[in-house]
Write a protein that binds this ligand. Structure first.
Ligand code: ARG
Length: 461
């Protein structure tokens, strides 16, 4: 006969429908090793407080180690009537250490401070794992940027040709947000560096147990200042969830460009065969499924964040069972990104850039019109008039279905007394790109510095 964790005051066990609703082992089992680490630390403070003899501690630790090995090997698994990972592991401990010793572990702790600690341990580990996967992608973006240094492309606003850019500059524009996402993960790891263990159910640790000793053993710098906060807050989980959502969004923006660039109309890239898919009916197809799945999973990953925040909204202190709903969204985000990121990085590392096509399109769509205006400003013309004059050049070229540089000297002169053949100096992609040479601009010298800055960021993170 199996005693539940709260058997004493109950005349019957839970109804089947309650048990089915309540059970969480199918997802919280992945926290089992963290739970066992917590239990080992807790056993030590029970011993220090004189609540476990030397022999009992040795028996307890031996049983916990055995249980950890059995969980790792799959020998010990949750039973259908184990409510959650904590319940199951207590059963496993008692099976190994006997009820006399095993039954002592639960003193002075609650599943509320246990689960709050486990989530932090999980978040801290996964912040590192996801962060490293993001840095792998940034590594590739930088390598590709270095490889195509000097290649121009059409820069767009509103998806219309705007001004020419270096392809490297564009690729690194995707690297910076990802680097900030990794910084966000590092930041939240620092905030998560306090252990809730010892908060008990909500009011704190009794029995002379030392929360800071448990914290130190679990790799935290300190324990929490407030046991209610320790057990009932989930802002750190939400923060982690937000950063994962942001990573999903940042990937989806690059994904969208990959999808566009891969079309016949753009023809900016070709995906490597091993990172693209075919069609079951159309033999010619080579589809950007990785980018599409990244874009699609971004929606799901954002949904996870919204679900978690909605669970937390207006939840009174302290612990409520609603909080059991905090785990699946975050697990889903971690798992989704764990699949997307390596595939995405592989796709970016192996695609071919059609640099001639990009260079050819860079000056089209009147993308050098701003350079005409800037040229006039350098000659003393107010920008307001310069903008007008340059606009008139565009109008005339458009009417004659030609590009700006195809206008004749006479035509330039006809448009404005301020225009002569010297304007041709700025009517080149190279000139345009090279002129944007202030910090942050697309001029090759600045992009070279930027590449170094990204490399530095990669080493420091
Ligand atoms: N399984 C719960 C969770 O994930 C922890 C158990 C706390 N249950 C309780 N009735 N206080 O949040």
């Amino acid at each position: 006969e199996r005693a539940s964790l709260w058997g004493g005051r109950f005349g019957s066990g839970p109804a089947a429908a309650l048990a089915a609703l309540s059970v969480s082992t199918h997802f919280d089992w992945r926290l089992a090793q963290y739970d066992l680490r917590g239990s080992k630390a807790h056993a030590n403070v029970l011993h220090t407080a004189g609540l476990l003899s030397d022999d009992e501690l040795a028996t307890m630790q031996g049983a916990l180690d055995q249980l950890a090995a059995d969980v790792a090997s799959g020998e010990f698994v949750a039973a259908p009537d184990d409510e959650d990972v904590h319940t199951a592991l207590e059963r496993g401990l008692i099976e190994r250490a006997g009820g006399e010793v095993g039954g002592k572990l639960r003193a002075g702790r609650s599943r509320n401070d246990q689960i709050a600690t486990l989530i932090r341990l999980f978040i801290r580990d996964q912040a590192r794992v996801v962060g490293d996967q993001v840095l792998d992608l940034v590594d590739v973006l930088l390598a590709r940027a270095l490889e195509v240094h000097g290649v121009p492309m059409p820069g767009r606003t509103h998806l219309q040709h705007a001004q020419p850019l270096l392809l490297s500059h564009h690729l690194l524009a995707h690297a910076w947000p990802l680097l900030r996402d990794v910084e966000r993960l590092r930041d939240l790891d620092r905030r998560a560096d306090s252990s809730p263990y010892g908060s008990g159910a909500l009011a704190g640790s009794s029995l002379g147990l030392d929360p800071q000793a448990v914290a130190a053993e679990l790799g935290f710098s300190d324990s929490v200042w407030n046991s209610i906060d320790g057990t009932a807050s989930r802002d750190l989980t939400a923060e982690f969830s937000f950063v994962l959502a942001m990573i999903g969004i940042d990937l989806s923006r690059l994904a969208e460009e990959v999808i566009l660039w891969n079309t016949k109309e753009f023809s900016f890239i070709t995906l490597d065969d091993s990172f693209s898919t075919g069609s079951s009916i159309m033999p010619q197809k080579k589809n950007p499924d990785i980018a599409e799945l990244a874009r699609g999973k971004a929606g799901r990953i954002v949904g996870d964040l919204v679900g978690l925040l909605t669970t937390l909204k207006a939840l009174p202190l302290a612990y409520n069972r609603d909080l059991q709903e905090d785990k699946e969204p975050v697990f889903d985000q971690v798992d989704s990104l764990g699949l997307v990121l390596p595939a995405f990085t592989g796709m970016m590392a192996t695609l071919t850039f059609h640099t001639e096509r990009m260079a050819e399109l860079a000056p089209q769509g009147f993308s050098l019109a701003t350079d005409i205006a800037d040229h006039l400003v350098r000659g003393g013309v107010p920008f307001r008039s310069a903008h007008e004059i340059s606009g008139a050049c565009v109008k005339m070229a458009e009417e004659q279905d030609k590009e700006l540089w195809d206008l004749t000297d006479d035509e330039f002169a006809e448009i404005s007394e301020h225009l002569d053949s010297s304007v041709r100096e700025v009517l080149s992609v190279e000139g345009s790109i090279g002129s944007r040479d202030a910090k942050g601009g697309t001029a090759p010298v600045r992009v070279a510095e930027q590449e170094q800055a990204v490399a530095d960021a990669l080493t420091s993170l």
